[in-house]
Design a protein around this ligand. Structure first.
Ligand SMILES: N[C@@H](CCC(=O)N[C@@H](CS)C(=O)NCC(=O)O)C(=O)O
Length: 209
């Protein structure tokens, strides 16, 4: 890990998969930080109030504070920073490219479907959404799960032979996919992968709802 140390993690009062990614990696690394919870269901959310916007103008958690006063936002960037020089990040250029490939996939093709449907289901008024809106998320999320299945049929983890940050990034919301209506029977290799992650040393349990 880098010489600058993480000191504080800003997360939400409701369980956030994006924050869980960071807590998972901190747990694997045995690094403790102070946790600050913000109410993102308030009106306006605490993440959109001036005190927090001064730290992250994008108004979102997770946000990691470092001991030199730096604030680091975006779950993937935080994972990348924390994993630097540890076994959780590949040490070769191709492996690093592959890790980023899956982390960008998570942000563009997976999280906007699976995480949003999870949020609507538990906190965001699913009953007020149109069947068309819900169908769009289900289609996109199921397609992303299919892409993961295709990979995991042939590989144990998302970056080669070792569990790492790409797995952590994808685990955070995939673990809730079955509970919010995605078809997990269609993706047995994903289900097997989900079961292997809590067996990793330093795994941090996190109630997803
Ligand atoms: N791309 C960001 C997404 C972060 C995000 O959507 N955070 C949500 C909680 S999971 C949030 O802060 N919502 C409060 C808000 O938007 O005001 C990441 O991966 O960290």
């Amino acid at each position: 890990m880098a010489t600058v140390r993480p000191v504080r993690l800003y997360e939400s009062s409701i369980p956030s998969g994006n924050a869980h990614k960071v807590r998972l990696l901190l747990g694997h690394l045995g690094v403790e930080v102070q946790r600050v919870q913000l109410d993102i269901l308030a009106d306006p959310p605490e993440t959109r109030q001036p005190a927090f916007l001064a730290k992250n103008p994008n108004g979102r958690i997770p946000l990691l504070e470092l001991d030199d006063g730096t604030y680091l936002a975006e779950s993937g960037a935080i994972l990348w920073f924390l994993a630097h020089g540890t076994p959780y990040a590949p040490d070769d250029a191709v492996g690093q490219g592959k890790a980023l490939q899956w982390m960008f996939f998570e942000q563009y093709s997976h999280e906007p479907h699976v995480a949003v449907l999870k949020f609507w289901t538990y906190w965001g008024g699913l009953h007020r959404k149109s069947s068309r809106q819900i169908a769009r998320l289900k289609k996109g999320g199921q397609a992303a799960l299919g892409v993961m299945e295709e990979h995991l049929e042939h590989h144990p983890w998302f970056t080669g032979e070792r569990y790492g940050i790409a797995d952590i990034a994808l685990f955070a919301y995939t673990r809730s996919a079955g509970d919010v209506g995605f078809d997990m029977q269609a993706v047995p290799s994903v289900v097997d992968w989900l079961h292997r992650i809590p067996q990793q040393p330093g795994y941090t349990h996190f109630d997803p709802r």
